[in-house]
Design a protein. Structure first.
Lengths: 378, 378
């Protein structure tokens, strides 16, 4: 189904998606106004001067996430800038509210270097309880997130990296069960080393140290390549320990798992046929996967996941981030660690009681998700 | 009445004052999710890429004001920084919603130089439909506002300056009628040349070119003083054309109007007695005025206004800013000009049908205010 027309119609009808409301929905008397604003509010400010921790008791920051993007790497749209990316960030704010009852403010930035982005986010950080970085291009996204995590006292989470990695790990845990494999024994090929691919590689390495091979448009990332930037060199810490060179089709031979976060149609039926028996295919390019599930299955794939809501096994960040932030805000967690991510992935996987080839991942509408994940973000 | 206890109680009970909501309050089906977020939202982003004006049709920015402060000059609290100023800014967001149905996000900044503040606000500006600067100290506030007005394509309005100036002008228009004066003939003494005092002087000059004398803690601002910074030198363009030196009590002799935006108890009964017959006193220091109304009246004052809600004639910015921003957003106004401010002041004054000594300013609860002001911001 094409959602373009419905999207334009709904956005026009409501003139956007979000609004603000007062928490106190009883009558706002003149007396209350004098308590919510001057002169009474001064007592609240003084209490925070004395104890900055009181910020969370007295202001909306206790349940507030900023969704921040510079619009440099949006969906399938690329670098569309701050204005055109606003509907996407406001959409993310809608998801935060809908799935986790978290208030969220979309902030799109008209600056684009890591220094400027870090400086801006640090400057506005006291206004929020947590920060969700969104649709910021690689490799800048890595430096930006790392610096902010080191310098701020609230959680900073780049969802394109970690949300995707968590849901991929959840799906793989169940796909392992369906195909009778152990992740630690698996040979995994990851196609695409942008934000998502990099985070997937790091999290899988942390979880089970499988044999991972990363592939970009020039072939396998290996220590013999002379064209690697710093970010790709870092990936060598977690992948291709043996130093193999070659193409995607070379390295796919005998592989157990293909994870694509790259581009439409990259994976052919021929390539799937050269993989290990009953291979697992996560073809996550959006909106068109690296290979369509029916083609992959005909070529022998045992389990196929995509990013699409109209196909089985949708790898959707919305399975993870609402619960992650719900837990971080409720439990006063300042850093989302790898352990948190792995715990969240296990929780998501466990919500599928009897995994099958067409059900390794719960539905995004599953209301158990947010409370179950939030409980392990401690 | 002391509102401290009620303020602490309400802020704690509701854990802050504001929340976000979806505009669409019907059931959020899976289909709608695919229209509000990926994949459907891409069509909305593309429409904005093609025509950036569509931002207002499709996103919440059409009804969104950022309330931005660095917390450097809050109420009577001074420089309390970004965390402790959050309750005040969130309170302002509450006023925006309550009085004008405008969505508002409080942003408190952890940067404090004009360069950093301007850079940060420019960086986040695409996320908002207008910017309300709040509680930023003088003289930095002047440079910050001027630079942002010149560089941004959305309205930027420092409410401590212009909101106060508009309401003071409105009150003076009616006080002139009550005491049978013409503003253009009046001798006016303004005590305090911070954000509010400066804006009052400029707006009164623009409106009627009365004789204005500005006074700071060292006496009358005059061309003979050697201690004036650039900002105070600029005030000489609008005041003290004749170059008089002296103290507050010197210059008050024979004055028609005293406007205090300075500090508690500065004005004595003796000084009031030296003013022109039936003088007008605007004693706006908060929470304790330059002189209490009963003392001023006993000394001969015909009309007294203060900043307090428990006394007659409250000069309250909330009379002006909700309607100003309502009009700017609805009428696509990019700059709030002096003409807008004067029109707004006239509208506010005209809402008092028969001005008297104890009613020169309408109540902040008067529901005619916002639509009447919005209509003239065109």
């Amino acid at each position: 189904m094409n959602f373009d027309e419905l999207a334009l119609e709904l956005h026009k009808k409501y003139k956007g998606k979000m609004t603000t409301q007062l928490r106190d929905n009883e009558e706002l008397t003149r007396e209350k106004l004098s308590a919510y604003y001057t002169p009474g509010v001064a007592a609240v400010s003084k209490a925070i001067v004395e104890n900055p921790e009181k910020l969370k008791d007295y202001t909306w920051t206790n349940n507030l996430v900023a969704v921040i993007s510079d619009g440099s790497s949006v969906l399938g749209l690329g670098n569309i800038g701050p204005k055109a990316s606003m509907p996407v960030m406001e959409g993310k704010a809608l998801l935060f509210k809908h799935f986790a009852d978290i208030n969220s403010v979309p902030i799109t930035l008209d600056v684009h270097t890591p220094d400027e982005i870090v400086a801006t986010i640090k400057a506005i950080a006291p206004s929020f309880g947590a920060i969700n970085l969104e649709d910021i291009g690689a490799p800048q996204c890595f430096e930006i997130e790392e610096r902010l995590k080191a310098e701020l006292d609230i959680p900073v989470f780049h969802d394109d990296q970690h949300g995707t990695a968590i849901v991929v790990l959840a799906g793989l845990i169940n796909a392992m069960e369906v195909t009778g494999r152990e992740l630690s024994d698996a040979k995994i090929v990851v196609s695409g080393v942008g934000a998502a691919g990099t985070a997937i590689i790091k999290l899988l390495n942390k979880y089970a140290q499988p044999r991972i091979f990363a592939v970009d448009s020039k072939g396998i990332i290996s220590k013999n390549r002379t064209d690697l930037n710093e970010h790709k060199k870092e990936i060598l810490k977690y992948s291709n320990i043996s130093g193999i060179d070659g193409s995607l089709s070379d390295i796919l031979q005998g592989a157990d798992i293909f994870i694509g976060v790259s581009r439409a149609g990259l994976l052919t039926a021929d390539m799937v046929e050269t993989m290990d028996k009953d291979p697992i295919i996560f073809a996550l390019a959006n909106p068109t996967p690296e290979i369509m599930p029916d083609i992959a299955k005909a070529a022998g794939a045992a389990v196929v996941a995509t990013g699409r809501s109209d196909l089985p096994n949708q790898v959707n960040n919305a399975l993870a981030f609402p619960g992650i932030f719900r837990g971080a805000l409720d439990n006063n967690v300042q850093q989302i660690t790898d352990e948190h991510k792995i715990s969240a992935a296990k929780v998501i996987a466990a919500l599928v009681k009897n995994p099958t080839a067409i059900e390794i991942i719960p539905s995004v509408m599953d209301e158990r998700l947010v409370p179950a994940i939030a409980k392990v973000i401690i």
